[in-house]
Design a protein. Structure first.
Length: 243
């Protein structure tokens, strides 16, 4: 089975559509039947988080073979709707999602037609009115990982030495220290986003695919089939840098 993986999207709907088109062309050229895995962070920072959610929900409803994993940013909006004072333990600043401008929460609200003015109570009321309940439930239901014979796909990474079934949600969505600097064999190749790299990079035991779409970088797509993982480009498949 051919697999494709797409890095962190962060509200960049047009980049997502372009990545899907690139994958469709490659898949058709190789006989079709490929599955696309999105490694999370659908929301925040970019201009159209709502559009990204609707695009992915619609594709799944139409039966497209799209797997969508949960990223740390994908918890903020539904948690705010259910528990407006909640602060994610992964935020070292201890600040609320909407009080931390670099997180991009205001951009997500704007995509739903909500102008954030610093008033949490007003924003919460508008979220309950403007954000479809179906979007919130879909975001809350996203899986944390997807395991295949070729690789383990996850948003941030894993805690080395811990069985997959015992991994904490916090680590799967937030981990950096203890994972990025670990060179041990995890068994399957771990394919992840969360930590931005200049270009898709193979570190031997892991493959980093978040190339900074949130900050003006590309949204990268990688193919996994009988050959080693390769980057999809407009010119065709390309070798991936190794570190």
């Amino acid at each position: 089975m051919r697999l494709y993986a797409i890095g962190d999207i962060h509200g960049q709907l047009e980049l997502l559509k372009s990545a899907h088109e690139l994958i469709a062309g490659d898949d058709a050229a190789h006989g079709g039947g490929g599955t696309i895995i999105h490694v999370g962070d659908l929301l925040d920072r970019g201009p159209d988080s709502r559009g990204v959610v609707e695009h992915l929900m619609r594709g799944q409803a139409e039966g497209r073979p799209w797997i969508v994993l949960r990223g740390n940013h994908d918890r903020f909006l539904p948690r705010f709707a259910r528990q407006p004072d909640w602060i994610d333990a992964g935020l070292g600043s201890g600040k609320h999602w909407l009080d931390h401008p670099s997180l991009g929460g205001a951009e997500t609200l704007a995509s739903y037609g909500i102008e954030y003015d610093g008033d949490h109570a007003r924003a919460h009321a508008e979220v309950l009115r403007e954000v479809p309940e179906a979007h919130l439930r879909w975001l809350e239901s996203l899986p944390l990982w997807h395991l295949t014979p070729r690789a383990l796909f996850v948003h941030a990474g894993i805690r080395p030495g811990v069985d997959l079934a015992r991994q904490s949600e916090h680590d799967l969505l937030w981990i950096r220290n203890g994972f990025l600097d670990d060179r041990t064999d995890h068994g399957p190749l771990v394919v992840h986003g969360h930590t931005v790299v200049d270009h898709v990079t193979h570190f031997g035991n892991r493959l980093a695919i978040d190339t900074g779409a949130a900050y003006g970088g590309p949204l990268s797509a990688v193919v996994f089939d009988d050959a080693p993982p390769q980057l999809l480009t407009r010119e065709g498949r390309a070798l991936i840098a190794r570190h």
